[in-house]
Design a protein around this ligand. Structure first.
Ligand code: SAH
Ligand code: SF4
Length: 390
């Protein structure tokens, strides 16, 4: 990469208005909110559909535009509720068009969301937790101390906000068109590969995926939503049955002794158990494969023997292999494998029948690549607050 332009454009208003945001609530929960406002039960279905369309098809950010909802009801809705998304602390746009947003949640905690445009598609990488309780040794997020689960609203809020910012609603246009795809919709895929271990926040992530996949709303099909897990084995079959999205597994090593170090949850659920859960994942076929992610760490897991062992290990599973060049972060104890070695490794994988296995790093100039996310400003601000007089 040559010149690096980093735009740090923080939109003016970042504080969310008071009132509960309706974003992310399932239809029955929305109906309950309407009941609280005194809307008669016989109208619930119709009113929920109206709200749903305004929120998720048109991207309404307030109630006043909802012209087919009676003015009086719009007023009552606005008194109690909002359609607020998480507040934007900063927005960075990489030279390659990748965007990274640092978001502030209602309790002041912060998470990051990344948008990766390609020519004919756009992938949104969303977070499921503030930080992560696991401590994978190559991952920046794992070094963040403060952790909590996101609510379904905070997860869906990331999609809403990204669509706001890239002008991905009917009739809208982006502030900054850098690198946006030609596709009609700018977000075609969603990956749960941001901060956090999504299977440790099972219920909220499942609720959010159901809202995202709803065909009368955001309409991002489950085939275009991928959950990435470090290997929370008992939750994998349940996720398959209850949510049924695509699955990605952070494998990263072919031997337990090494995986125990890189992905310490392996000590609890070793490789054999993980792969057994993968083999049994519902609906697998050559058209619906599990993605195995493998971070390339110099002289750690990148030998040709490792590559051969990897293809042997996955031989009986409908699989894709995704080699991720290690993305460095300040103080990281690893280096990325040499490009030559990645190519040799990829060739072994390629010859075994796996197409284009190397994931090209995106947004490295704004620290938006896999595993680089960590909301550092949260800590800075926390310490500023502590130092400030009461
Ligand atoms: N917690 C989940 C999802 C988030 S991480 C998981 O671990 O699967 C998304 C992917 O980025 C995972 O495969 C993760 O192992 C990988 N990753 C983490 N740190 C990385 C780094 N520094 N460079 C490249 N990939 C990294
Ligand atoms: Fe958590 Fe995934 Fe990072 Fe491991 S790689 S620390 S599971 S976010």
């Amino acid at each position: 990469m040559t010149a690096t332009t980093i735009l740090d454009r923080t939109p003016a208003s970042t504080d969310s208005p008071p009132g509960e945001s309706l974003i992310g609530l399932a239809r029955p929960a929305l109906a309950e909110r309407l009941a609280e406002l005194g809307v008669p039960e016989r109208q619930h279905r119709m009113r929920v559909s109206q709200l749903w369309g305004w929120m998720y098809v048109r991207g309404a950010a307030g109630f006043e535009t909802m012209t087919d909802v009676a003015k009086e009801l719009r007023g009552r809705l606005a008194e109690r509720f909002t359609l607020a998304r998480p507040a934007i602390v900063s927005e960075q746009v990489s030279v390659d068009g990748t965007r990274k947003w640092l978001l502030r949640l209602d309790d002041g905690k912060e998470v990051e969301t990344v948008y990766i445009p390609e020519e004919d598609r756009g992938t949104l990488c969303i977070s499921s937790q503030v930080g992560c309780t696991l401590n994978c040794t190559f991952c920046h997020t794992g070094t963040q101390a403060l952790v909590r689960n996101l609510t379904a609203g905070e997860i869906i809020g990331q999609i809403m906000l990204a669509r706001d910012r890239i002008g991905d609603w009917p009739g809208a246009s982006p502030d900054d068109p850098t690198g946006l795809p030609n596709s009609e919709r700018k977000i075609t895929n969603v990956v749960l590969m941001g901060m956090g271990e999504p299977l440790y926040n099972f219920d909220s992530v499942r609720e959010a995926c159901a809202v995202a996949a709803d065909g009368d709303g955001l309409s991002i099909s489950k085939r275009r939503i991928t959950l990435s897990t470090s290997g929370i084995v008992p939750e994998i079959p349940r996720w398959g049955e209850e949510a049924g999205t695509m699955l990605a597994i952070s494998l990263h090593a072919v031997r337990d002794d090494l995986r125990d170090v890189l992905v310490p949850i392996n000590k609890k659920w070793p490789i054999a158990e993980l792969l057994e859960a993968c083999r049994n994942y519902p609906g697998l076929s050559n058209a619906k494969r599990i993605t195995f992610e493998y971070v390339m760490l110099k002289d750690v897991n990148d030998s040709i023997d490792d590559a051969k062992a990897l293809v042997r290990l996955l031989a009986k599973i409908p699989a894709k292999i995704n080699l991720i060049p290690f993305n460095p972060w300040p103080g990281a104890p690893y280096e990325c494998s040499d490009w030559e070695q990645i190519e040799k490794f990829a060739e072994v994988v390629n010859r075994a029948g796996y197409a284009s296995p190397v994931r090209s790093p995106r947004g490295r100039d704004i620290m938006a690549a896999c595993g680089q996310l960590k909301s550092a400003s949260q800590k800075q601000r926390a310490s500023t607050r502590l130092a400030a007089p009461a």
